[in-house]
Design a protein around this ligand. Sequence first.
Ligand code: ADP
Ligand code: MG
Length: 206
Amino acid sequence: MNLLKKGAEADIYLTKWSNLPSILKIRKTKPYRNSVLDTKIRKQRTIKESQTISEVKSFGIPTPLVYFVNLTNSSILMQEIPGIPVHDLPDLKIIKLSKEIGRLVGIMHKNGIMHGDLTTSNFILYKNKVYVIDFGLSQKTIKSEDHAVDLRLIKEILNSAHAKIMESAWKNFISGYKSVVGTITYSKIMHSVSDIESRGRYATVI
Ligand SMILES: Nc1ncnc2c1ncn2[C@@H]1O[C@H](COP(=O)(O)OP(=O)(O)O)[C@@H](O)[C@H]1O
Ligand SMILES: [Mg+2]
């Protein structure tokens, strides 16, 4: 078993399951958390992640197959998507894929799912298809305020991690998103996005 990534929340191992390359995601204990609460959080996120990964497949969102879930150590064994995280792709490719990412997020929202951690590292390009991963913070919600939180986060990520291409990538993201949710829903959500921005660190300090 090879340690692939040490994340803030989980360790990611590359392993084999019946000869298939698989990913083992183990949520780690956070020593600063109360241990009862820590076990509960890790368990909850593991359940949530494995459920949502499978649920969104039915709307046509490409996600890894879940092979096993072990709640004793909060781990998920899933299909490896041997592609490249969108975060690591060349700028022009990211701009182009932003429309598809917007479309995928639109499909999730339309079906009442908020992803909860929309970063460009949570989309993997494999064989010309964009896969979505990392559903531990996902929620079932149809509230436009919640959907706006998703958009606000991806916008912030584009702004910080992909500053040079932010404008064109965001424009494409929005166009893909709007094509799925429709103009009326889109306007409502963008209102919420502006609301969040005006309440946040963009608010005028008097
Ligand atoms: N099924 C998978 N196939 C390929 N790579 C994966 C898979 N799951 C996770 N990874 C890799 O591990 C990284 C971290 O996994 P992720 O589920 O996003 O956990 P974290 O909560 O630490 O962000 C991802 O950005 C991706 O590079
Ligand atoms: Mg992630």
